[in-house]
Ligand binder design. Structure first.
Ligand code: P71
Length: 461
């Protein structure tokens, strides 16, 4: 029978209560938190859309796996289960387990980068760029221009601009480019995919210049789904097959397993070259843990091995996951709220620059809008704009990113359609009152990754 509609391919077995609070209460809490949503207590949040990272609901099969984790220091059975899952689902032979994504980024940056190198990438991610710069490299953005335009409906806004990449190679020379960092479903662009054709072209160009292609495959499953939906020739392929093909155009990958992989903690670096893997393992034992657990316990690895298989078992999982994000996006678009389009894979991104157009960027429109949304309804989002972009290490000035966004990230398998309805109503209510919203100024600005712990206050009249 032809399928007319879809629903989540699971039912709920256990619930966790959440609490609605009063507006006065929330006003007090956000002031105490320095107008930074990272500094709120989760108990004071009603619907938590801070991140889709580590916030997934595990299946009963994953929970059962926790009981079967092998906690041996060396040679854990759970490590071998994980290694097998990564080989079968992603196709990489060498697995280096880490405590989470940034652990893998640290190891990768340290084994490949020399001071003075340049690492091109399709838009930056905060921790990824941090580790590249920490290892002495400079990051060069080679994403297509459309990615920096919130309303541009390009179906593959994550694509690499091959001319920009070629220009970087011509300018600095291939020998100073240890690898290109290619992110699937680009987070900071709004969860935007790259096409298979583009990835393949990047891989071919890099091979001609002996430059490695390292994927950030953290949300590669969601990218695979968009390829299936949007790219010619992939409609009849399973997301599992598409995911394998994505990885085939790379030399390795870093993965934060707290996203696609449906676990609350974990990550890995995966490689093809055994010699590179040997160097990675040598550092791993100093920074993460022995090579058969990295930063994870045996039960973490067991749940992760199961999560990796589960995410591709049927296409229904990812369809429902992205479908829920698209549902929230459609509600907002219907009400004329400026958001990043097309709607991304892991969240809806509000265009704070357009919504609070009366605020200059150095009054932190996205930070301000995030706080206003929390006060309105207890919905917690995350700033993804000038605060996240940080300062240029050379000049000390703010970096002024073109995108000034509030991310409403949707945890996997956690919230219902009604939670999406409540969220949309709150965004619409704040939008209607937008002109009364005042900007913010720093009261404390950390040196590194400032968005996590920065504190603000409203600019006085
Ligand atoms: C997200 C996160 C978690 C996060 C990290 C930094 C600032 C704010 C929030 C983490 C990612 C990611 C990509 C594409 C690597 C990491 C690091 N995302 N690559 O979106 O999205 O992984 O958190 O496991 O260390 O909220 P890690």
């Amino acid at each position: 029978m032809e399928r007319r509609s879809w629903a989540e391919p699971f039912k709920v077995k256990m619930v966790e209560p959440i609490r609605m609070t009063s507006r006065e209460y929330r006003q007090q809490r956000i002031r105490e938190a320095g107008y930074n949503s990272f500094l709120l207590r989760s108990e004071d949040v009603y619907i938590d859309l801070l991140t889709d990272s580590g916030t997934s609901a595990m299946s009963d099969y994953q929970w059962a796996g926790l009981m079967l984790g092998d906690e041996a220091y060396a040679g854990s059975r759970s490590f071998y289960h994980l290694e097998e899952a990564v080989r079968e689902v992603y196709g990489y032979a060498e697995l280096i387990p880490t405590h989470q994504g940034r652990g893998a980024e640290h190891i990768l940056s340290q084994i490949l980068i020399k001071p003075g190198d340049v690492v091109p990438g399709n838009m930056y991610f905060t921790t990824t760029r941090f580790h590249q710069e920490y290892a002495g490299a400079e990051f060069a953005d080679v994403i297509i221009d459309e990615a920096h335009e919130a309303a541009n409906p390009h179906p593959f806004k994550g694509n690499v601009d091959l001319d920009k990449l070629q220009a970087v190679i011509d300018e600095v020379g291939a020998e100073r480019i240890p690898y290109i960092s290619v992110e699937t479903n680009v987070n900071m662009a709004g969860g935007q995919p790259m096409s298979m054709a583009n990835l393949k072209a990047v891989y071919e160009l890099c091979r001609r210049h002996d430059i490695l292609v390292m994927l950030d495959a953290t949300r590669a499953l969601e990218n695979a789904y968009f390829i299936q939906q949007r790219e010619d020739g992939f409609q009849d392929r399973s997301v599992a097959e598409i995911l394998r093909e994505i990885c085939s155009y790379s030399d390795g990958a870093t993965v934060s397993s707290k996203k696609d992989n449906l676990v609350n903690i974990g990550g890995f670096l995966a490689l093809r070259d055994p010699e590179l893997a040997r160097r990675a393992r040598a550092l791993l034992v100093a920074f993460e843990g022995l090579h058969t657990y990295g930063g994870m316990s045996g039960r973490d690895m067991e749940a992760l091995a199961r999560g990796i298989r589960e995410m591709v078992e049927t296409d229904d999982h990812v369809r429902a996951r992205v479908g829920q994000v698209e549902y929230l996006g459609a509600l907002l678009l219907k009400s004329g709220i400026p958001i990043v389009q097309p709607v991304g894979g892991h969240g809806v991104f509000l265009n704070a620059a357009a919504i609070l157009s009366h605020l200059p960027q150095d009054q932190f429109p996205a930070q301000t809008l995030t706080a206003a949304l929390y006060v309105d309804s207890g919905v917690r989002g995350m700033e993804r704009g000038i605060v996240s972009a940080g300062r240029d290490p050379a000049t000390g000035d703010h970096r002024y990113p073109k995108l000034e966004l509030v991310r409403l990230a949707i945890p996997r398998r956690v919230y219902t359609q009604s939670h999406m309805d409540v969220t949309a109503e709150s965004v619409i209510a704040v939008y209607e009152e937008r002109e009364a919203v005042r900007g913010l100024q720093f009261t404390y600005e950390p040196d590194e990754l400032r968005f996590f712990q920065a504190r603000f206050e409203p600019i006085p009249d």
